[in-house]
Design a protein around this ligand. Structure first.
Ligand SMILES: [Zn+2]
Length: 191
């Protein structure tokens, strides 16, 4: 990147972050002293899970309208110590209540992850390529899914939030940096 491109990219991302903070003041940012991002989330009732899921969807929707990206949001990120997260994949929101990752593959992908709680910072993180996850859906059914690729990556990032872990905590050595690239063009990389 040229110095001009770097400046342009930083300015562009700065504007997005300022606007999203205005639109979504409930998003908890790392470094602001709120311990909720570092706590293990507690199991919730179905009713509570649905309610928090709706709040997460509405926040993620507002964020996406401004930023044009954002694939997931977990309850600690809106200040709730509850075991719930939502995703936005294939133009649909989905709520995961009391999720558990039951199995992880032993092969890995690398990917540069952004996080709504980490503002400018992105983290290069190695994660298992596929997982088996169990969760309660909004109908109260217990679902067991085996997923791989980008979805496995997203679910592991969100699940980590419920464990009190951020992507910047598990980044590869030297893998933290500002957001220079377009997150929509980010790809899973072999490692
Ligand atoms: Zn995140």
């Amino acid at each position: 990147m040229t110095p001009e491109q770097i400046k342009e990219s930083l300015e562009h991302n700065h504007q997005i972050i300022i606007k999203t903070l205005d639109a979504c003041p409930n998003i908890v940012l790392v470094g602001t002293g709120n311990p909720v991002l570092r706590q293990k989330a507690q199991p919730v009732s179905l009713e509570r899970g649905i309610e928090t899921g709706e709040e997460l969807k509405s926040t993620l929707k507002k964020y996406r309208e401004i930023a044009g990206y954002g694939r997931g949001l977990a309850a600690p990120q809106i200040g709730k110590n509850e075991s719930v997260f939502v995703t936005y994949v294939d133009d649909k929101f989905k709520t995961y209540i009391n999720p558990k990752i039951l199995e992880k593959s032993k092969d890995f992908y690398l990917y540069r992850e952004g996080c709504l709680s980490c503002a400018y910072t992105t983290a290069d993180v190695k994660r298992p390529r596929s997982i088996t996850i169990e969760y309660t859906d909004e109908n109260g059914s217990i679902i067991k899914d085996e997923v791989d690729g980008f979805l496995a990556r997203l679910l592991q990032h969100e699940y980590d939030h419920l464990e009190g872990v951020l992507n910047i905590d598990v980044a590869e050595i030297g893998g933290l940096g500002p957001r220079f690239s377009d997150p929509l063009k980010e790809e899973l990389r072999e490692c």
